[in-house]
Ligand binder design. Structure first.
Ligand SMILES: *Cc1c(COP(=O)(O)O)cnc(C)c1O
Length: 335
């Protein structure tokens, strides 16, 4: 047997082409496919001073027959428009953006890895108006770019149960910005996450301001046990994950009682005495939590392993994405 080749880390490789459209004079110009290359913007560009930027992330999958299928693109485009609206950036036209994504997939078709790999699509939108006195003025010009990145099995080295610090002091973002996929939120979560890493050797921080469980720096948080699933109800404080929505749908389909409501750290710690906990997002799909650290005490989750319910839910969603199980909800579009 030959050893598995070492694959590049998630996000470190870009496919050859990108699609670019600019918003000027109150309208979107035509999108263009170009080789990936540096983009020139003014050093006074709005985004560089006032963080007028948002992004999306989703995947397209190659099947054994060579066809490529993109997962829930409509939901990601809708979310990007919502992010743009919240940041007072020009909203991408949904048809145009979908066309840009399809064009990038078509142009980079040969770069779509085989399952369990995927082509990760990354649209970005940012304000380009050159004006360093625009702190209280929106950008009137913007650039929309769709990048693509081949990604391989996120858990190539095996599914390692996560160590998570439960933080009931810091907030990940301003309360009204949690639902916006914008760079500033990640910059804000980085400091607390790096200091938690150094102090407790954790993978992520679970933000629970005021003792209410929200999410980690880049993934939603789910509690799972036999026949029951609990997660925070949608509100402006956290990102409305498409993976979260897909997993909740599959759980309901298989008879789970799904509760979406506010819950506290105390309730979570009771739950994990017998249940499982997991993080959801496009990159890893569903990642099991093995340890929660709260006020210096370590709480084992699912015996410190990735639990069987977490594994089963993850496998089910991946099977649908890869075309191995029927797509009952119309989540995939052939490109
Ligand atoms: C992108 C993201 C998620 C996951 O969203 P998906 O649509 O499932 O990929 C969760 N939380 C944050 C903060 C995110 O940025």
């Amino acid at each position: 047997m030959t050893a598995q080749p070492q694959r590049p880390a998630f996000g470190t490789v870009l496919a050859s082409h990108m699609s670019v459209a600019s918003f000027e004079g109150g309208r979107w110009g035509n999108a263009e496919i170009k080789p990936v290359a540096p983009i020139e913007i003014s050093p006074a560009a709005h985004v560089l001073h006032y963080s007028s930027t948002c992004f999306e992330g989703f995947k397209a999958f190659r099947r054994a027959d060579g066809s490529v299928h993109v997962f829930r693109m409509d939901r990601h485009i809708k979310r990007m428009r919502q992010s743009a609206r919240q940041l007072v950036l020009p909203e991408p036209d949904p048809e145009q953006l979908a066309g840009m994504v399809r064009a990038v997939i078509s142009r980079c078709r040969d770069a779509v890895p085989e399952a369990p790999g995927a082509l990760y699509l990354r649209p970005i939108l940012f304000g380009t108006t050159a004006n360093i006195g625009a702190a209280a003025t929106p950008a009137v010009d913007a650039l929309l770019t769709v990048l693509a990145s081949p990604v391989w099995d996120y858990f190539a080295g095996g599914m390692k149960p996560l160590r998570i610090l439960v933080d009931d002091v810091n907030t990940r973002s301003a309360a009204q910005m949690g639902m916006v996929k914008t760079g500033g939120n990640y910059a804000a979560a980085l400091g607390p996450t790096l200091s938690a890493r150094a102090k407790y050797q954790v993978d992520q921080v679970l933000f629970c301001p005021g003792g209410e469980v929200q999410e980690t720096g880049a993934a939603n948080f789910l509690l799972i046990r036999d026949g029951k699933l609990l997660t925070r109800a949608l509100d402006s404080t956290f990102l409305h994950g498409v993976t979260r929505d897909s997993l909740l749908t599959l759980a309901r389909d298989s008879g789970y009682e799904v509760s979406e409501r506010i819950f506290t750290v105390k309730e979570m710690l009771e739950w994990v005495q017998t249940g499982e906990a997991a993080l959801s997002g496009t990159a890893a799909v569903l990642a099991g939590v093995g340890t929660l650290i709260y006020h210096g005490a370590e709480h084992r989750v699912a015996g410190g392993e990735v639990g069987p319910l977490t594994r089963a839910l993850r496998a089910q969603l991946i099977a649908i994405q890869q075309g191995e199980m029927p797509d009952r909800h119309g989540w995939l579009e052939r490109v």
